[in-house]
Design a protein around this ligand. Structure first.
Ligand code: FA5
Ligand code: MG
Length: 477
């Protein structure tokens, strides 16, 4: 559930979700947010673990080369080897073979892949920025959370939301995990990378996706003048037909940091939004009547903070989060006299809109009918190849206190992989006498590249029923 990652993520993605999520799912989302992460960790640790372990080493296929990330990950009951390095596992370990296989794909480094095409197009709008795109996805909890001012009990740390190799080592959940390190090296930086989150399953959510981080720092004393000149120089006349709405205000809920001079902060915020508006304008110059809006957000590492959303297929789709960098981070980077902005955007979310790709799973397709449609440097609309029929199956059970939707989705993913298009809670009620909670999930199985048979889906569904009982201790109905 990406929404557990940051409070802002919950708020922002609600715009997208509210149309589809049932009130019950929304209630579950917000109840996780308030809970102590330790409690969440302890409560949810066990059910997620069992499947991640194999007593004999499990080999995953990939072609190894000079790039250590291409080396085949190996999971044993004691260790996890990924990117050529071995890490001891412990009770926090919840990475799965399916997820680790994704670390070898590196879609953003394949110049003909839409994710890489967008990466290059965006980067070309930030000349002079140092671009890092080969950082390993394996980071420390310090880099991903502590260095970015996440509180100890922030729900983003929960094992229900994050993939851990062990207590201190994890798969990054965002490119911000590299902010501190790169900001010590440069004042204008971009970082592109694959990021990992235990998440729900639907057409715009996937447990692995790609982000681009951007940050720019200014000397706090001269920021106002420098920024004014820069904005004047970089404003292009071509506006396309993009309609941008921004009604956000600096308020106590989304405040200026006490240490910041107001004029310098406002100039920095202007420069941030200007740079991102220009980026969208450049990317979508051929799009007719694109609707873009800015909304308030919250991140532990920026204040004030915002998100940008794009109207896509009748729903507001959140494409990026951003804000004025927390001064503590600049102090830790050895740059106390600077002021700066940062953003983190979802490359697939932009690609969905730009290329008209209908389903986020397609990015992972190895099918030539997908990959052969794209060329570096150009954006052309995706021509869908025929959609194969879906096979829909429901599963109902009496739930328990340990139940968490992300754990359920992980089991579904483990068993059926990319054949699952969508998982939705379609019914929920509490028995008036026993007070037991009944839940019914609908699983939409559909392959992107072939027909699935009812028989094969029945086998998967049976396996799912068994595993859900084994791992989540629920009672099937
Ligand atoms: C972040 O990850 C922050 N690190 C962004 C940031 C950077 C804020 C720097 C401030 C300063 P968030 O969780 O909202 O924020 O994710 C950023 C973007 O990633 C989203 O706007 C969305 O475009 C994309 N994204 C999030 N979850 C998913 C997902 N499950 N699948 C695909 N894209 C996603
Ligand atoms: Mg968000």
């Amino acid at each position: 559930m990406s929404s557990g990652m940051f409070r802002a993520a919950t708020q922002g993605s609600r715009a997208l979700r509210s149309a589809t999520a049932t009130p019950t799912i929304r209630a579950m989302l917000s109840s996780t947010t308030g809970r102590s992460a330790r409690a969440v960790l302890q409560r949810t640790l066990r059910p997620t673990l069992t499947a991640a372990f194999h007593t004999t080493p499990l080999r995953l296929t990939s072609e190894a080369g000079s790039n250590p990330m291409k080396e085949t990950p190996v999971i044993t009951s004691e260790n996890i080897t990924v990117g050529g390095k071995t890490y001891p596992s412990d009770k926090y370990t919840n990475v799965t073979p399916t997820i680790l296989e994704k670390t070898t794909r590196q879609l953003h480094l394949n110049p003909k892949h839409p994710v890489a095409i967008i990466k290059e197009l965006i980067a070309s709008g930030f000349p002079g920025f140092k671009h890092y795109d080969t950082f390993s996805p394996v980071v420390t909890t310090k880099e991903n959370f502590d260095d970015l001012c996440f509180s100890d009990d922030h729900p983003g740390r929960a094992v229900t939301d994050t993939y851990y190799l062990n207590e201190k080592i994890m798969l990054r959940t965002h490119t911000s995990a590299h902010q501190l390190r790169v900001m010590t090296e440069s004042d204008k930086i971009l970082v592109t990378a694959d990021v990992y989150r235990r998440d729900e399953i639907d057409a715009s959510h996937y447990p692995v996706f790609h982000q681009m981080e951007g940050a720019q720092l200014f000397d706090a004393k001269t920021a106002v003048d420098v920024i004014r000149k820069d904005i004047a120089q970089s404003t292009s006349a071509a506006s396309g037909s993009i309609h941008t709405t921004d009604t956000t205000l600096i308020t106590p809920e989304n405040p200026k940091q006490d240490c910041h001079d107001e004029a310098a902060m406002l100039a920095t915020a202007d420069h941030l939004k200007h740079s991102l508006n220009m980026m969208v304008r450049k990317l979508f110059s051929h799009e007719k009547d694109l609707q873009v809006r800015w909304i308030d957000a919250q991140f532990p590492f920026t204040s004030p903070s915002w998100e940008m959303e794009i109207l896509y297929q009748g729903k507001w789709l959140e494409v990026l989060g951003c804000g004025v960098i927390r001064q503590d981070i600049l102090v830790n980077a050895g740059k106390p006299d600077k002021i700066g902005w940062a953003f983190g955007l979802g490359l697939e979310r932009l690609a969905l809109v730009l290329f008209g790709i209908p389903d986020i799973r397609l990015f992972w397709s190895k099918d030539d009918r997908f990959l052969k449609q794209f060329e570096p440097g150009t954006i052309q609309k995706f021509k869908p190849f025929s959609k194969y029929p879906a096979c829909i199956k429901d599963i109902s059970f009496w739930s328990n206190d340990q139940f968490h939707e992300n754990n359920f989705c992980e089991i579904v993913r483990d068993i059926a992989g990319d054949i699952v298009e969508d998982v939705q809670l379609i019914d929920e009620f509490t028995h008036p006498k026993t007070k037991k909670r009944s839940m019914c999930y609908r699983i939409n199985y559909r392959s992107m590249d072939r027909n699935v048979t009812n028989d094969e889906i029945n086998v998967l569904q049976e396996k799912l029923r068994d595993e859900v009982v084994n791992r989540m201790k629920v009672e099937l109905r």
